[in-house]
Design a protein around this ligand. Structure first.
Ligand code: SF4
Length: 398
């Protein structure tokens, strides 16, 4: 956010406005269950927007005005659902009022008799998208007459808090890619920046055979120093368990990569089979049915070589140790779910999930597998992909 070349606007001020609206909001204190909101502002969805209670996509209408597209009723966990779009365009000066209407209908009719059916996704599903939308629109019309929207001056007050850092201008976009390892890392781990001469660089915390998302104290100190020296003192943690330097000058990128690489932080595997999301699982979590981390490590080792990762291309693999889905297994191109079979750890394989612009939910495939069996099952799924894909089709599309 605030860095990607494909954003129509920086989504953070809108997220901050929503945060201020929701913090200490009396209705949020009495909702049937927890509530999560995601805001994006580009076609590429990097926030699993449609898998949130409210997903908001900042868009432009035909007149070029910025507004919000509303998706309500998504989520993962034991009843995964993709949020349907309920409003194509809400003007900026009605953003909070429309959010309030979505919330009020939920607060009024969301189920409180069964905590497994209390999330807004169940209400939207049970009422149906059309009836939920009708009720929201009715409530929205009522709320508009009450004038609850904060003045647009409040949004304008927030925007400067997310001002761009002092980018240098007139920089070249050229990058010396003569070092093949650096080239691979740039191709895999870097994304286009909105400012000429800058790039968004992602540090993969997924070395071959490592624990996904782990970093040593020394590695964390190094990343903090690099952020200070080369990314306007800013780094971010992603939901995919990696670290992003949002604003790196292309002229500095080789130096940054060399230092990362020396510290074993230069793995070039973003969005490939080695870039696994794994929840803590039975190693740490008291709710778990099965371990996630050793499975992730075995898969990472099996598919560890650069050649295998290149052969398979984009392949997002996500592992959860139980149905709560903290590892987002429903949204993995390959998802793995740990289950308990008569006291023995067992794993289900899901295929075809995605949390991007093409959000879909993975389908359970085949019987459960043992810890080693699930690694073989992933191998089998990739073999089927390689022998059936057409052209450079992605795993997900095949
Ligand atoms: S998915 Fe289950 S096992 Fe994994 S962290 Fe969440 S609650 Fe724990």
């Amino acid at each position: 956010a605030g860095a990607a070349a494909d954003e129509i606007v920086d989504p953070r001020p809108y997220a901050e406005l929503l945060r201020q609206w929701s913090s200490f909001h009396p209705e949020f204190l009495t909702l049937p269950r927890k509530f999560k909101i995601a805001v994006i502002a580009s076609e590429t969805d990097r926030a699993a927007m449609k898998l949130h209670d409210i997903g908001i996509k900042m868009v432009r209408n035909a007149a070029g005005e910025i507004g919000a597209q509303f998706y309500v009723g998504g989520g993962m966990g034991r009843t995964p659902m993709i949020a349907p779009m309920i409003r194509e365009f809400v003007p900026l000066d009605q953003l909070i009022t429309y959010s309030e209407a979505c919330l009020r209908v939920y607060n009024r009719y969301g189920r409180r008799d069964n905590k497994y059916k209390a999330r807004i996704k169940i209400l939207v599903h049970e009422l149906g998208k059309d009836e939920y939308t009708r009720q929201v629109e009715e409530e929205f019309a009522h709320l508009l007459s009450l004038g609850i929207e904060p003045p647009i001056a409040e949004l304008e007050r927030i925007i400067p808090y997310f001002a761009d850092p002092a980018f240098e201008t007139g920089l070249s976009d050229d990058l010396d890619l003569s070092d093949p390892d650096f080239r691979l890392w740039v191709e895999r781990n870097c994304h286009a920046h909105k400012q000429t001469g800058y790039v968004i660089a992602t540090v993969s915390l997924k070395p071959v055979g490592g624990i996904p998302g782990d970093a040593s104290a020394d590695q964390i100190r190094l990343m903090a120093q690099l952020a200070k020296d080369y990314s306007f003192d800013e780094l971010r943690v992603t939901h995919a368990q990696n670290i992003v330097f949002p604003h790196v000058k292309k002229a500095d990128l080789y130096t940054v990569w060399q230092q990362l690489d020396e510290a074993e932080l230069g793995t070039a595997n973003l969005d490939t089979v080695g870039d696994i999301i794994a929840c803590p699982g039975l190693d740490y979590c008291s709710l778990a049915n099965a371990r996630s981390i050793p499975v992730a490590q075995k898969i990472s080792q099996r598919f560890g070589t650069a050649e295998r990762q290149a052969e398979l291309g984009e392949l997002k693999l996500k592992i959860s140790g139980c149905i709560n889905a903290c590892g987002h297994h429903h949204a993995g191109h390959i998802g793995i779910l740990g289950v308990d079979r008569k006291g023995i750890e067992n794993y289900q394989l899901l295929l075809g999930g995605s949390e991007g612009a093409d959000t879909s939910l993975g389908q359970i495939t085949g019987p459960g597998f043992s810890e080693d069996g699930i690694v073989d099952a992933v191998e089998k799924a990739t073999q089927v992909y390689l022998s059936n894909r057409e052209g450079d089709e992605r795993f997900l599309d095949t």
